[in-house]
Design a protein around this ligand. Structure first.
Ligand SMILES: [Zn+2]
Length: 392
């Protein structure tokens, strides 16, 4: 049977419909039609599923994940997982994500991330489409450079990062990402909290300009990990496409992001994680209370990203919790926009993230109504997942 039809309550990537129909060609993996019930022609012999008490949505998209695949947490743990074991565990996480309704993710620094992406694309493993950064760009001595090891060993172990210093090394690192098959460039515009509570801007203005300019020349989007006004400001002024985490967002920066179309990927669920409690400094607290209000007030567009890394503290599978965190500020509908149509745009995916004619048939059906109850997106309430027209 090539034609599949779902009808019932639906969210199309922008808004809800009380009773809609989506028609899928499972052969080509595309949506043939979507609209209010009765407006979509239903050919005789097509297989129809009436969704009672559930909701049809575009596949969910997480714009910020990693597959560190370690049992423990922290940069030393991540760095010391053997590459082969990392991708095998990563393949398990991919299956979990797909079953939880995620049909695409953007990974921003993972051992073998491009190979996970390739394995899914080839059909060797089941999983969401992976938009990989190949390796993240970080400065020598930054928070991603584990000081417990000698520099040479650290650079070998952190095979999810290219260390680069000075504009020409930065340009070369971008070229290596492109050579590796990366589809986005991720760089550390600031530290994280890997070494305590203090964070500093990373990369000079000259280096940041070089990274962004070289990425644009190669047609790649740029995602900046940025904490604090100086790091966010420098990244935004240099023209990055998204600010990841964005702790310490100010109204001035948020307005500039709105004006330039820079996306905000807040990764709230990571900071709300109990593993962060002992580092509960003012910046983290403020991120969980105020930063999203600042973004909302200015109209800065949020794209959903969890920063779930697949380690002992932040396992994959319940990434929808980020949507629930964002919904506290944005409301359920807007949080779902951030996790579907806008996330697709943030990843640079063509014809994805919406229930629309000609779009890819990435569809999830959940029990309940996420317009009223965001918990309807929990993995135990996922009834059907379709990726490119194929039911999982
Ligand atoms: Zn991250």
């Amino acid at each position: 049977m090539a034609i599949l039809i779902f009808s019932g309550k639906a969210f199309d990537g922008k808004r809800f419909y009380e009773d809609a129909t989506v028609k899928v060609d499972s052969k080509s993996g595309t949506i043939l039609g979507f609209g209010e019930s009765g407006s979509v022609e239903e050919p005789r012999g097509s297989k129809k599923t009436k969704v009672e008490g559930g909701t049809i949505l575009p596949g969910l998209i997480d714009a910020h994940v990693h597959f560190y695949s370690s049992k423990g947490a922290g940069v030393n743990e991540w760095a010391s997982v053997p590459d082969t074991l990392a991708v095998l565990r990563g393949a398990g996480d991919m299956r979990k994500l797909l079953r939880a309704g995620f049909t695409a993710v953007r990974e921003l620094g993972t051992k073998g991330g491009v190979h996970l992406a390739q394995a899914v694309a080839e059909g060797a493993i089941d999983g969401p489409e992976v938009v990989s950064c190949a390796r993240a760009l970080a400065q020598t001595g930054g928070d991603d450079d584990p000081p417990a090891f000698s520099l040479e060993v650290a650079q070998q172990l952190t095979s999810y990062t290219y260390f680069c210093d000075g504009p020409w090394e930065c340009r070369k690192a971008v070229r290596k990402v492109a050579r590796d098959g990366g589809r986005v460039v991720k760089f550390y515009a600031s530290g994280a909290f890997s070494r305590g509570t203090e964070v500093k801007p990373n990369f000079t203005l000259e280096e940041t300009r070089a990274i962004v300019d070289e990425s644009k020349r190669l047609g790649l989007k740029v995602a900046a990990h940025a904490y604090g006004e100086e790091a966010i400001g420098r990244a935004v002024s240099c023209g990055v496409d998204s600010i990841e985490h964005g702790l310490g967002l100010t109204p001035r920066l948020a307005s500039e992001m709105k004006r330039k179309g820079t996306r905000y990927v807040p990764t709230l669920v990571t900071y709300a994680n109990p593993a962060y409690k002992n580092r509960c400094n003012e910046m983290v607290k403020r991120h969980l209370s105020d930063d999203m209000l600042v973004a909302k007030e200015s109209g800065t567009e949020v794209a959903m990203g969890s920063d779930i890394v697949g380690d002992g503290a932040r396992p994959h599978g319940r990434n929808y919790e980020e949507i629930a965190e964002e919904a506290r500020f944005l409301g359920n509908r807007e949080a779902l926009v951030a996790a579907t149509s806008r996330a697709a745009d943030c990843l640079g995916l063509e014809k994805a993230g919406m229930l629309r004619e000609g779009y890819r048939a990435d569809i999830v059906v959940v029990r309940g109504d996420p317009e009223k109850d965001i918990q309807a997106l929990a993995p135990e309430r996922v009834i059907h997942v379709m990726k490119s027209g194929r039911l999982v």
